[in-house]
Design a protein around this ligand. Structure first.
Ligand code: SAM
Length: 486
């Protein structure tokens, strides 16, 4: 596909900004009901809303978000130039213009960006092509909101697709490299970067090949992690072509050779679960071999059938005549591999230089209040401070997080109270707490060492001081790791 270069991306973006073609501007135009429906890929309410609208913004929404033909005159009025300058972004026939790609506004990090991508299967009603370029989806935004955003030198977005992770990286990295196996993706990423005034170096090739010998302070990747099947047609965005979940193992392995000292790598991943009692086996082996500090969080696990259905639908393959055969073949592949479930989650890695890396595995299906990046960063920082000497937590001037609440529960007909400590932001951790723990949390004042609070509460509860201090250490470490105390 030929996407326009030169100053055209800037001219187009400037014009779209001037029309208020932003997430907020579109929402104002469509109203909340139609805008929410569009967020679910349903275009009917927005189409109804715009039937009697002849504004330039309405024309642009019809063209680039709803995928409808728009009168050429209206497009020229809206953009201020002939659509023929847009190359293969549009096709013009019989006085009407139709967009061949979606060009959506995307708001994040105080920016109003634009992202061109292929139309999704839900929009076209047809299966996606093998070289389909994904737009910004739920996985993209999840990774973006989990990414630690400190100021850094070099950053890599591996499998950049439309470039969305790279745009976030550009806000805090001096140089951003986006790599992809797909030339088509790189064209879209470069076009989008130009529209968004972002400097992006691109490299084409398999995994880390385009950046051989380079090191990065941060590597992010939303890789083609789907555990595929030779029977299901391959899609660049979904299938790596590697066996099972080994593409994620390869990203983890590659990261360890491409991180600077104290560099980070964060990726989304799927892992095969072959033992009902232990979802961690595969990611545990990957991170053990990396020698990096690692926090592996499983958000969700699906059974094989639900997994296959989800990914066939994602590519619009439920409409294909071979749906049953694709489904059957994919189930056979998973069965042959002994897969009884597929885990999905976030892997955060960091080079700490410690001889014995800290590696932890947690299932966290509770609701998250994004961004959770501060929670990720805190987890690593707490281990830096406390890993070699956990008891030093007692010397820290800890205080309770402002988002922490205590819930009181009673079983019906039972006077005994059950208290739950809960965080209302970030990862939303919760857990039971006893009266001693509740009083200790309240006594942490952020000024005196935590040991003082432990001793004061021990005296109130008539608990032997030495025992209270010893018992408090692992509890305070856990509370610090999960962000209940800061
Ligand atoms: C799930 S998409 C992610 C797109 C984007 N980064 C995001 O967060 O939405 C995965 C991307 O990886 C690319 N890809 C597939 N196989 C690859 C490989 N072997 N090496 C590098 N990139 C690959 C695909 O072309 C696709 O753009």
């Amino acid at each position: 596909m030929r996407l326009p270069g030169g100053d055209l991306p800037n001219r187009l973006a400037d014009r779209l900004h001037a029309l208020d073609y932003t997430v907020e501007g579109v929402r104002r135009l469509l109203g909340p009901v139609a805008a929410d429906a569009l967020g679910r890929d349903e275009t009917v309410p927005a189409t109804r809303r715009l039937i009697a609208d002849d504004s330039p913004l309405g024309a642009v929404v019809c063209l680039f978000l709803l995928g409808q033909p728009v009168a050429e005159r209206a497009v020229v009025d809206a953009l201020g130039f002939s659509p023929s300058h847009l190359g293969e972004v549009v096709e013009v026939s019989d006085g009407h213009v139709r967009a061949r790609v979606e060009l959506a506004p995307y708001a994040a990090d105080d920016h109003d960006w634009f992202v061109a991508s292929d139309w999704s299967a839900r929009r076209t009603g047809r299966p996606t092509a093998a070289d389909h370029v994904l737009g910004v989806g739920g996985a993209s935004t999840m990774l973006a909101q989990c990414t630690v955003r400190s100021e850094i030198g070099h950053a890599l977005d591996l499998g950049t697709g439309c470039g969305v992770q790279a745009f976030h990286l550009a806000g805090h990295a001096e140089r951003v490299v986006g790599t992809d196996i797909s030339a088509r993706c790189l064209k879209f990423a470069s076009f989008n970067a130009a529209m968004n005034h972002i400097s992006l170096d691109v490299g084409r090739g398999n995994l880390f090949e385009p950046v051989a010998g380079e090191r990065f302070d941060l590597i992010v990747s939303n890789p083609p992690f789907v555990i595929g099947s030779p029977s299901a047609a391959r899609h660049d965005y979904r299938d790596s072509g590697l066996e099972g979940d080994t593409v994620c193992a390869a990203v983890v392995r590659g990261a360890s050779g491409h991180l600077t000292e104290s560099g980070w790598c964060q990726l989304l991943a799927n892992w095969e679960i072959t033992d009902g009692d232990d979802w961690t086996a595969h990611p545990r082996a990957w991170v053990a071999a990396s020698g990096l500090d690692a926090w592996v969080i499983q958000r969700d696990a699906q059974d094989p059938a639900a997994y296959v259905e989800m990914w066939l639908r994602d590519a619009g393959q439920q409409w294909s005549a071979e749906y049953r055969d694709l489904y059957d073949g994919w189930m056979s592949t998973l069965e042959r591999r002994g897969v009884i479930g597929v885990g999905f989650g976030l892997i955060s890695l960091r080079r700490s230089g410690r001889d014995a890396p800290v590696q932890r595995f947690q299932h966290a299906p509770q609701a998250w209040a994004q961004p959770v990046a501060p929670d990720v960063e805190r987890w690593f920082t707490v281990h830096d401070v406390l890993a070699s000497d956990p008891a030093s937590v007692l010397m820290q001037p800890l205080r309770i997080g402002s988002d922490v609440v205590v819930e009181h529960h009673h079983r019906v007909g039972d006077d005994e109270e059950v208290m739950i400590l809960r965080r209302s932001s970030g990862m939303g951790w919760s857990g039971p707490v006893d009266p001693f723990g509740r009083d200790l949390m309240a006594a942490l004042d952020g000024v005196l060492p935590a040991a003082e609070a432990v001793l004061a509460v021990a005296a109130e509860h008539a608990v032997e001081p030495e025992g209270a201090l010893a018992a408090a250490v692992p509890i305070l470490v856990q509370l610090a790791v999960e962000g209940f105390v800061l």
